[in-house]
Design a protein. Structure first.
Length: 138
């Protein structure tokens, strides 16, 4: 069963021929098909990085959908989705992370429950990410 990419109605668009260096603060949904460097933040918003989009930024959003290239950390309150040929390099933090086959992720991932909306504290103790080593056996 193929999942549909939920990107809502796009309220802001950065086209393939555009580049932006600085801080983007937005409401609604923004789609990036050009180049962005800096910071992207929204309280409740969605950022969609199109297949030709290149983002070198720290992101703090509600939802992040990656189909292009993202280098930098993402803190998403709701979810992070990576679809092919998407490439994500950096640390991510979100309660839901979805990486479709063909999507690439290199970095550290922390999946935390969203406790901001409920006002309750997390039942999970705060602990640093765990490094996993694989040992080859003969």
């Amino acid at each position: 069963m193929k999942k549909e990419k939920n990107t809502d109605r796009i309220s802001t668009f950065i086209g393939a021929d555009a580049s932006f260096d600085g801080t983007i603060e937005f409401k609604g949904t923004i789609r990036v098909d050009g180049r962005v460097k800096g910071n992207i933040s929204s309280n409740g918003g969605t950022v969609v990085v199109g297949e030709k989009g290149v983002v070198n930024a720290e992101m703090s959003v509600n939802v992040a959908v990656v189909m292009g290239e993202v280098n930098g950390s993402i803190d998403a309150k709701e979810r992070i989705e990576v679809y092919p040929p998407g490439r994500l390099g950096g640390d991510i933090r979100s309660p839901i992370v979805s990486i479709e086959p063909g999507g690439i992720f290199n970095g550290n991932c922390v999946m935390k429950p969203n406790t901001e909306s409920s006002g309750k504290s997390s039942p999970f103790p705060k602990s640093p990410p765990v490094a996993v080593e694989s040992k080859e056996t003969e």
